[in-house]
Design a protein around this ligand. Structure first.
Ligand SMILES: Nc1ncnc2c1ncn2[C@@H]1O[C@H](COP(=O)(O)OP(=O)(O)O)[C@@H](O)[C@H]1O
Ligand SMILES: [Mg+2]
Length: 409
């Protein structure tokens, strides 16, 4: 599928813009065919959304399934999720009637069903009070079609972390309770309809650490984990070759190696972003055979600059979402130490923890390391004495951004 590969970074890709991942697609579709519900948790930009979109596109072509893709990252309540799910059915007449059937039972004001724009608002009103029973009816109705239905809830961990965020009117215990009710309901729905409904839950920020921290891990045990790794070096190289061919760029071996070495980990988005920035530079210089010095210059000036920052800054921001507030400065220190000292040694992690003078230091340290490893920032070396950045790009960016704020050990 590489004939028309384009350099696109930011939004998800599918069809001819989707590169490689054949084995993962086959595996994912196979698991869905067997009736599994699946949990895809991988660092952001690895290509989760693209993988599911492409799997859905192929399954749609095959014509044996119904498919609903629901992006829940802007949702903050169970009601929001149910509304988004219902609206996702709109393009599919036979599913949409299942949703609107439920709706007429709620309201008896059938005429407003004809105006899809107002439907979201109406439905939200209808859900207040008893979203659990009504959500259940919607899912039950959706399961009454001839084909199995797969529902993807993309970025569910973001929705959950928002749901769990205490406010002045709603303190933590009631927030945790709300999350527990929602997750238990979802689990119940999956079990009840397992012959007809399959779920894919996707997320960048670690779902497991969030649930562990709030003692809610029991709620997702029915999901089958589906690991999605960054590309390997070979695949990244093939992608760069395919892009070069489409854009008329010529690789020198040394330049290609320089680019791959700079990345260190081949997160598809970073591969595409680097190619895009290099190509822009080639256009400016009207020379489409970049030397390795050009690659290095683009890396230093573009990949690590403020333009790269907008993308890479989220590596910093998302820590604020997953970690408890007291733990954030410790996490930043641990990462900066790892970026500056060629890795974070276990004894240095401990020293940083002691220096932070936290109430429950040991527990917090292990929780923070859990998140940093789970979320793909750091990985153990072979003898498990040192943690290093998985991505050289993220490491270099981290060093640039935090070096001056850091008090070295
Ligand atoms: N299979 C792929 N082929 C080409 N580019 C990809 C692929 N998967 C991801 N990308 C690149 O990564 C970017 C982010 O992909 P996305 O699916 O949104 O990641 P995630 O959902 O994991 O954050 C895309 O805009 C694209 O540049
Ligand atoms: Mg995504």
């Amino acid at each position: 599928m590489t004939a028309g590969l384009i350099n696109k970074y930011g939004p998800w890709v599918s069809g001819e813009h989707f590169f490689d991942r054949e084995a993962e697609l086959k595996h994912l579709i196979g698991l869905l065919d067997e009736g599994n519900s699946i949990l895809i948790v991988a660092p952001r930009r690895v290509g989760k959304t693209s993988l599911v979109r492409e799997a859905f596109r192929r399954m749609e072509e095959r014509g044996q399934d119904d498919l609903l893709f629901v992006d829940v990252q802007d949702c903050s309540s169970p009601q929001d999720v149910i509304v988004s799910l219902s609206l996702a059915a709109q393009p599919y007449t036979h599913l949409w009637t299942k949703v609107t059937d439920t709706f007429t039972v709620f309201f008896r004001q059938v005429e407003s069903v004809q105006i899809p724009d107002t439907f979201g608002i109406k439905l939200r009103e209808g859900l207040t009070g008893d979203w659990q029973a009504k959500g259940q009816t919607i899912l039950h109705n959706l399961s009454q079609t001839d084909k199995p239905l797969t529902i993807c809830l993309d970025e569910l961990p973001i929705m959950l972390s928002r749901l769990l965020q205490p406010t002045t009117s709603e303190p933590y215990p009631s927030k945790r309770e709300a999350a527990d009710v929602f997750l238990s309901w979802l689990r119940q729905m999956m079990l009840q309809h397992q012959d007809k409904l399959r779920f894919i839950v996707c997320g960048s920020i670690g779902l497991e650490p969030i649930l562990k921290r709030h003692r809610l891990s029991h709620t997702i045990t029915q999901l089958r984990p589906f690991p999605l790794e960054p590309w390997n070096r070979e695949t990244a190289e093939s992608c760069l070759n395919a892009l070069a061919e489409c854009y008329g760029l010529e690789w020198e071996r040394a330049s290609l190696n320089m680019l791959l070495n700079k990345l260190g980990s081949y997160i598809p988005h970073h591969v595409q972003m680097f190619f895009g920035m290099l190509y822009e530079d080639c256009e400016k210089r009207k020379n489409f055979r970049p030397a390795s010095e050009d690659v290095n210059r683009v890396y230093q000036s573009s990949m690590l600059s403020t333009r790269g920052h907008a993308e890479l800054a989220t590596y910093d921001e998302r820590l604020q979402r997953v970690l408890e507030r007291e733990a954030v400065p410790l996490a930043l220190d641990l990462l900066t130490e790892a970026a500056m000292a060629d890795g974070l040694k276990v004894e240095n992690a401990r020293l940083l923890m002691q220096r932070a003078e936290l109430a429950d230091g040991e527990a917090l340290l292990s929780e923070v390391l859990d998140v940093l490893i789970h979320d793909g920032y750091l990985a153990w070396n072979e003898d498990r004495t040192t943690l290093r950045f998985v991505s050289s790009l993220v490491r270099d960016w981290w060093k640039r951004s935090f070096e001056l704020k850091y008090r070295p050990l």
